[in-house]
Design a protein around this ligand. Structure first.
Ligand code: HAM
Length: 424
């Protein structure tokens, strides 16, 4: 036997026993997006590497070491998208979607990051993300957060914590950065290697360190909230006030800095304590400078993305059993001519009863083996076509789960009988 080939590390197959939960989560989130007037946009998986370097930031973990980048046959550097915001902004600029309009867009699909795989962290993972352009006020920040709260409720998750912070404007952040660098330099001997590196490249990310030995140093660090410009402070207060009025609880986490460089002002994350270290299920924020940074006119914007693997795991762990739906009926066809007749019958039934799930036996077999397959399929009914049924234009309907007697019915009467039996 030839050596079997395995999937790539960090790239998971999602098998049929789990896809019903995936669909439940995806549909639940899409319905909420519809309810808030968002429109779907579909974006490519591959973009020029420069797009991500210019938006996410040259010195972020993602761009420095996590992208799947390669040169195509023309020598152009391309990357699999590690996230959706950059591509969405690029598309918005390229197609003129951002001029004199305030589009509310959403997208979904796979993203790729070369991270160390562990529970809740994969190299191919799936997001549903949303971006709104052209609206500078705090009302859209608050509405977006309310929408994410509704999404989590829609899929039965009500124990995640909402963390909020504001990163101010690029100017106020630059001033704060200087203060922070001075503080960290004064405590250099307490910094771990990772933080020393971040101190040189992206000092705000030191605040994000997960090393417990750094905790007290970080707790004592100057807080960005104390260095905010007045507009950013007012903006943040207005976001919080709306959330208060709408009854959404949150904690302000001044250490929430996010791993992508494009954020300004409001940032937020929904964090679950049921996923270990990878607890963030939804994350986003405002990025008022990004559109201009990648070649558009100055346009305020805000967005977020949910991580579908993490949401699916939480729904699964909360015990919501969603079994794959069995067929409504299994068509048993005994004899060669019956096989063709069975396919024709199934087509007519699907025409007559939209949504009907029919599984037609394929590959022949004795009556016994076909009934065994019918039983294994989970279908409640078998529709039997054999010589006698063919000769009389009838079908035998057999109850596979209950006690009812089997019945022979005319083919024209079958749709009505199925409708009654399946309560459609
Ligand atoms: P992010 O925080 O990098 O933000 O990712 C958003 C969410 O995607 C995370 O909270 C997590 O649930 C999920 N996620 C990220 N990496 C992985 C991974 N390796 N495995 C499994 N799940 C993962 C963004 O991507 C921004 N584009 C969000 C945004 C949109 N900000 C503004 N607009």
């Amino acid at each position: 036997m030839a050596k079997s080939i395995q999937s790539i590390r960090g790239f998971a197959d999602i098998l049929p026993d789990r896809t019903p939960i995936w669909r439940f989560v995806e549909n639940g989130i899409r319905e909420v997006l519809d309810a808030y007037g968002y429109e779907e946009i579909r974006l490519p998986y591959l973009e020029q590497t420069e797009l991500f370097a210019r938006s996410i930031g040259e010195v972020t973990d993602i761009v420095e070491k996590e992208m799947y980048s390669f040169e195509d046959r023309n020598g152009e550097s391309l990357s699999l998208r590690p996230e959706g915001t950059a591509g969405c902004v690029r598309a918005g600029i390229q197609h003129g979607l951002l001029h004199n309009r305030q589009p509310r867009l959403w997208y979904s699909g796979a993203m790729f990051r070369y991270e160390r795989p562990q529970k809740g962290r994969y190299r191919q993972f799936h997001q549903i993300g949303a971006e709104v352009f052209g609206l500078p006020g705090p009302d859209i920040d608050a509405e977006m957060i309310l929408m994410t709260a509704r999404m989590l409720r829609a899929i039965g998750l009500d124990d995640a914590e909402l963390q909020l912070n504001t990163l101010g404007t690029p100017e106020s952040r630059a001033a704060y950065r200087e203060r922070l660098v001075a503080y960290l330099n004064a405590h250099r001997q307490q910094l771990d290697d990772d933080s020393l590196r971040r101190l040189e490249t992206n000092p705000l990310r030191v605040l994000d360190s997960k090393n417990p030995e750094m905790r007290s140093l970080i707790a004592e660090a100057p807080s960005l909230l104390d260095h905010l410009d007045v507009e950013s402070r007012d903006h943040f207060e207005a976001v919080k006030a709306t959330l208060d009025v709408c009854g959404v609880t949150y904690v302000v986490n001044p250490r929430l800095v996010r791993g992508l460089d494009y954020y300004t002002r409001t940032v937020f994350e929904w964090v679950s304590d049921r996923l270990g270290a990878q607890g963030t299920v939804c994350a986003g924020g405002r990025y008022d400078a990004l559109v201009e940074q990648i070649g558009g006119r100055p346009t305020p914007a805000i967005g977020f993305a949910v991580g579908l693997e993490r949401l699916v795991t939480l729904v699964e762990e909360s015990g919501a059993g969603l079994a794959p739906a069995p067929p409504d009926a299994y068509v048993v066809a005994i004899g060669e001519t019956a096989q063709t007749a069975a396919l024709g019958l199934a087509e007519r039934l699907r025409d007559a009863l939209p949504g009907l799930r029919l599984l037609v036996n394929s590959g022949g077999g004795s009556a016994k083996s076909q009934f065994k397959r019918a039983d294994r399929s989970g279908a409640p009914l078998a529709l039997v076509l054999a010589e006698e049924e063919l000769a009389t234009d009838t079908v035998t309907v057999k109850d596979l789960r209950g006690e009812s007697e089997q019945r022979r019915v005319g083919r024209t009467a079958l749709p009505q009988l199925l409708r009654d039996q399946l309560q459609r």
